[in-house]
Design a protein around this ligand. Structure first.
Ligand code: SF4
Length: 260
């Protein structure tokens, strides 16, 4: 049976830094990205940049079906934190299929300063490896790795805290406003997928409110978010962007599986 080394990329900073960190350390390492087809344009751009740095292709996996088709199969039930069929169908199944039955060392970009495992396959032939944890590398080291390679941060970090689908329900309201401002076409697409039925049942991305509400209240949403941030940072030492993301990642559970 073949022995393979696979590094899953999420399009976020940690797995990208891990790909850079591992370059030249393991022979025949395979880089892989589970592409839902609904990623942000900035994510694709970031992966292209990484590919250039690595000098190696990143395998792009997918479910073979666009999200819109899957949504129809699921009777227009939008995925949510409680019904997260999107991750299973669009990310985990293609990845597990890619692992196959070979012995696979799966390299996972969880940092030494994080308290989570990331996605660990349940297949017995897949062995997780945590190089950052083993080397004791934290957020500042990740920053250095990305800067030194000239890869830096993905551009979506200017308005959104994590990678994933443009319509991801884990987004905070101010991030939806960010989507509206940076990608109005994608915001409009996400809005079209919402449904409010005559009997009052609603299928919306944000619990209890639809995207029209976000659109109509965008200025207030941004003001509220800024106020919360100011209150939080009061009496605290100013943080770098990386430190803010590290803190945020530890606070909310976000799309952890998708941040492979
Ligand atoms: S990024 Fe969000 S919407 Fe996309 S697969 Fe992950 S949980 Fe689902």
């Amino acid at each position: 049976m073949a022995v393979r080394h696979v590094l899953g990329l999420s399009g976020g900073k940690d797995s990208t830094a891990l790909a850079i960190f591992m370059k030249g350390k393991v022979e025949s390492i395979e880089y892989v990205f589970c592409d839902t087809g609904s990623e942000l344009p900035e994510t694709y751009e970031y992966l292209d940049k990484l590919e250039t740095f690595l000098g190696q292709k990143i395998a792009r996996l997918n479910s073979g079906k666009p999200f819109e088709h899957l949504l129809e199969i699921y009777s227009n039930y939008l995925p949510s934190a409680q019904r997260r069929w999107c991750t299973t169908i669009m990310k985990l199944q293609p990845l597990e299929k890619f692992f196959g039955n070979d012995t696979v060392y799966s390299y996972i970009g969880i940092r030494a300063d994080e308290n989570r495992e990331g996605y660990v396959s349940s297949k017995p032939n897949v062995i997780p490896v945590f190089p950052f944890k083993e080397a004791g590398l934290g957020i500042k080291d990740i920053q250095q790795i990305l800067d030194k390679a000239g890869v830096g941060l993905p551009k979506y970090y200017e308005w959104r805290s994590r990678s994933g689908c443009y319509f991801c329900f884990f987004q905070q309201q101010q991030e939806w406003v960010g989507l509206l401002e940076h990608h109005p076409d994608l915001f409009a697409k996400a809005k079209k997928m919402e449904k409010i039925l005559p009997d009052g049942r609603s299928y919306t991305w944000v619990r209890g409110r639809d995207l029209s509400f976000i659109e109509a209240n965008k200025d207030q949403i941004i003001l509220n978010a800024q106020k919360r941030l100011t209150e939080k940072l009061a009496n605290k030492k100013p943080k770098t962007l990386f430190e803010q993301f590290a803190e945020k990642g530890a606070e909310d559970d976000g799309c952890l599986v998708c941040e492979l």
